[in-house]
Structure formats: structure tokens, C-alpha cells
Design a protein around this ligand. Structure first.
Ligand SMILES: [Zn+2]
Length: 478
């Protein structure tokens, strides 16, 4: 269901193409998007469903019927019509049923099915309140200043009995399918789907609604197997939410920017922030490197599209200090190298956020925080250096050399000509930075010789395993 208030034509095209690819039964779009959805799904088994205005006692029926006719002409094979259970069971029942009957007659004459969606009609309104105060589902708050407004009382979620009764009236009026809702205000419960299923003759299909996302695969199975749903509808499956850290950005065209982020669930993500370079951009300065953000994204074919951003932590103090910015930049660069696209990176994400927080605090030496971070990052990637004993012979001797190739520190007898003799404090410092948490590293002020040698060891170790240079590392003040 592509019913976000601010859905764009290219998003409709992308989503329809992926619906065809993944074998979805149908896409539900606004009437205005029916022509492009019909074109994008043409020749495929994907049904185009138009979400047309439903019966409404305050409005004349004719505009509603005209809208339905136009949607059918443009290629819609189903009409989805919101039908408020509270209203159709109330005093306006006869009038609403009459309007629905008229709509069904028009649809059936063209071989088009009607889905009665048992919820209050959707209405769009300018979104002025802060998102957390607005009575809406956050996933459908558009970035363009539009949002869903609830019609009627916010708590007006119909009971199973009301759903079943409204469903029976809708079927009597001619509806072919019953759907529990548009998913805008949450997903269907087992009870709701069971009630709708019971209200239907067996030849009619019951559609349950889920919100989408990986954890909803189970919910979908439950609705199908345990509640008797014939189909499951997903609210805009391409829309997802993630927390991320901005790694870097670059320009795209006149006004846009591509933002590379490390996210928890999707790993590295490259996404477009549209219009971000205009002076009055709705993203403001929220998508700068280092920012820890909460995002809504739309999954595109090539690039994802950022629809909404809230800042979790801007790391303001980090940004005000040159040494911390340089150390932080080297962290972002290393993460950019190791993180994979579309591969969850929860531990790397948490490590990065902790390291940025340590830099944002008042570290004694930002370069030491960076080295601790890089050692921990290597350990997470499966390259934990051996520092407590000799990496070659395993003896707990004095360790005065280091070899990236041999995986860690070396004792005097295992050291050969290739490794230089290190200060006695260097390997213990490396071991401390790897083993202690980042706050400890931020409080550490090592002796100059050990600090310098440790930096060389870390740099060569990281570059050996990443198989490339860390460009920003030499800029770090040591
Ligand atoms: Zn040894």
C-alpha cells in the first residue's frame, strides 16, 4: 500500500517494479497514481488497487462515484473504500450503504472488485504539530509537511463485533473483499481478522494488514494460518526506520546530496536527501558527518530516499575541536571501509556511537581514543591482535616487537629482522587500549614514545587488514 501522503511518482514507479519482481498480488495507490502504477505493472499479474473516497454522509455521492470511474478508466482493477464501522452501524447506516451500493454497481459493471476497508476514512491535513504530539503513526508522517489526521476520536478502534457487523453490511451492499484497515494506525490483530473472516461468505476474501518489516513475517503467517486471512496487506513495505551515523555526504545534481550512513539493521546505506542543499531544506543541517540520527527511509532500486530525520546526538563538542574532528573523521573512514551494505552492523554501530561520545566528552588525547577504537573495530571484524603473549610462540615473555602479518606482539626470540625494537611501554599500552572501555582510553595520557609507536603499530595493522590506506590517519595530531 503506497498511501503515504507525500509519495512521489518515482517512488510509485520503484515500488511497482519491486512488487512485480517480488510477486506481490496487488499495489494500493492514490487515484492520482493509478495511471503510473498501471503502466509500471502492465503485463504482470499485479493488481492495481485505487484507494478512492468512501461513502461519507457529509459529502455528495457524485464526486466519489466520478473519482471511482476515473480510477477504473485509468487502469484500477480493485477499488479500496474506507468504511467506518462506527458510522455504518450508526444512524447514517442507510445512506452510507446506499452510497456503497452505487459504487459497487459502477465497479462490477467494469469487472472491478470493491474492497471495503473497515476503518475511518483517511484525511490529509497540513502537519503543524511536532510529530510526537500529533495523533498519528510516525511511519506515515511525511517529510513534506503532510500527515494523516485521524477522523473522529483517536481511540476509535472498532471492536471485533463492530468489525463483523460492518463487514456483513458491506458484503450486503456488494463489497467483494473486506480489509481490516489501511494499516496507518497499526496492524491487524488476530481477533480483528477472525471477526472479518466470520462475517464473510466463503467466496469473499478477508485481508489482514501488517506494518511490514522483518519481524512482521511472523505476524503475516499468524494472520494467514491462525486467523483465516486470505491475504495480507503491508503498509508501504519499502518504508523503513533506522538509527544511523552519517559517515560522509557528497553532492548529487543541483540541490540533492547522497548521504552515506552506518545503520544498525541495514549496515552501510547510501541514500538521497532531496533538496538538502536548498536554503530552506526540511533536513536543515541534520545530515552532516558524525550526526547520530533517527531516519525514515524509502527503499529504492539504486539508492534509498531519506524522507525524515531526527537528530539523536549532534556531537556538538566534537565538531568544535580540530583534533577531535580529525580523529573522528578517521573513525568514520575506517567504518566506511569495513561495513557492508544491507548487512546488519549492530556492534560496529554501537562501538562507533560510544567512540564518538568519548570524543564529544573531554578526552585527554583524541588520537588515543582513535587508536583504541581502531583496535576494537579490528577485533569485531575478526582480527583481534594477540597482545597478552607472544603471537608466534605463546610465551608470556617481555614483548618488544609487533608484526601485523604474524597477528600481534612478539617476544625477543621470535622477533626477526623485519620488526623494530619497541619501547617497553608500547605493547602494554596497546593491550590497555584494546581491553579497556573507551572512557578509560579517553582518560589515558600515555608517554610520548609509547604513544607514537603504538600509533604506528595500529596504523600498519589496520591498513594490513583493510588492504588500503587510511587517508585521514596521518592528519591526526600526535
Ligand atoms: Zn615468541
Amino acid at each position: 500500500m503506497l498511501l503515504r501522503p507525500d509519495v512521489t511518482p518515482s517512488e510509485v514507479d520503484d515500488a511497482c517494479a519491486s512488487a512485480v519482481e517480488s510477486g506481490l498480488a496487488a499495489v494500493t495507490v492514490w487515484p492520482a497514481d493509478v495511471p503510473s502504477a498501471a503502466a509500471a505493472t502492465g503485463g504482470s499479474p499485479v493488481t492495481v488497487v485505487a484507494a478512492v473516497s468512501g461513502p461519507d454522509r457529509t459529502a455528495a455521492a457524485y464526486p466519489m462515484l466520478d473519482e471511482a470511474r476515473r480510477a477504473i478508466q485509468a487502469g484500477a482493477r480493485h477499488l479500496a473504500v474506507a468504511l467506518d464501522p462506527r458510522a455504518i452501524l450508526g444512524e447514517d447506516a442507510a445512506e452510507l450503504a446506499r452510497q456503497l451500493q452505487a459504487l459497487c454497481r459502477i465497479a462490477h459493471a467494469e469487472g472491478v472488485h470493491v474492497r471495503a476497508v473497515l476503518q475511518a476514512p483517511l484525511a490529509l491535513a497540513a502537519h503543524t504539530a511536532a510529530p510526537q504530539q500529533a495523533p498519528l503513526a510516525p511511519a506515515v508522517v511525511g517529510g513534506g509537511g503532510l500527515a494523516w489526521m485521524r477522523v473522529g476520536a483517536p481511540e476509535a478502534s472498532p471492536s471485533a463485533t463492530e468489525l463483523a457487523e460492518a463487514g456483513r453490511l458491506a458484503v450486503e451492499a456488494g463489497a467483494d473483499l473486506l480489509q481490516t484497515g489501511f494499516g496507518v494506525w497499526g496492524r491487524a490483530t488476530l481477533e480483528q481478522v477472525r471477526a472479518v473472516r466470520r462475517a464473510l461468505p466463503s467466496r469473499h476474501a478477508a485481508i489482514g494488514v501488517i506494518a511490514g518489516g522483518a519481524e512482521d513475517a511472523n505476524a503475516a503467517r499468524h494472520l494467514l494460518e491462525r486467523a483465516g486471512a486470505d491475504r495480507v496487506a503491508v503498509l508501504d513495505p519499502s518504508l523503513y526506520r533506522e538509527q544511523g551515523v552519517v559517515l560522509r555526504t557528497y553532492k548529487l545534481g543541483e540541490a540533492d546530496r547522497i548521504v552515506v550512513l552506518l545503520t544498525q539493521g541495514e549496515g552501510k546505506v547510501r541514500a538521497v536527501a532531496k533538496g538538502v542543499r536548498k536554503t530552506k531544506s526540511r533536513f536543515g543541517g541534520r545530515l552532516e558527518p558524525f550526526s547520530h540520527v533517527d531516519l525514515s527511509l524509502y527503499r529504492g532500486r539504486e539508492l534509498d530516499i531519506i524522507t525524515q530525520v531526527e537528530v539523536v546526538d549532534p556531537f556538538r563538542f566534537l565538531r568544535d575541536d580540530y583534533d577531535r574532528v580529525v580523529a573522528g573523521t578517521a573513525m568514520l573512514e575506517a567504518v566506511d571501509q569495513v561495513a557492508q551494505e544491507r548487512e546488519a552492523a549492530v556492534r560496529i554501530f554501537l562501538l562507533l556511537v560510544r567512540a564518538l561520545r568519548a570524543l564529544d566528552g573531554d578526552p585527554r588525547d583524541p588520537a588515543v581514543v582513535l587508536d583504541a577504537f581502531l583496535l576494537k573495530l579490528m577485533a569485531l571484524e575478526g582480527y583481534r591482535p594477540v597482545l597478552a603473549e607472544c603471537a608466534a610462540c605463546g610465551r608470556h615473555a617481555e614483548l618488544r616487537a609487533f608484526s601485523a602479518v604474524r597477528g600481534g606482539a612478539l617476544c625477543a626470540s621470535c622477533r626477526n629482522g623485519g620488526e623494530s625494537l619497541l619501547d617497553p611501554g608500547t605493547v602494554p599500552l596497546l593491550s590497555h587500549l584494546l581491553g579497556e572501555d573507551l572512557d578509560q582510553a579517553a582518560a589515558t595520557q600515555p608517554r610520548a614514545a609509547a604513544r607514537r609507536e603504538a600509533a604506528n603499530v595500529v596504523k600498519s595493522y589496520v591498513e594490513y587488514h583493510l588492504d588500503r590506506r587510511l587517508r585521514s590517519y596521518p592528519l591526526v595530531n600526535r
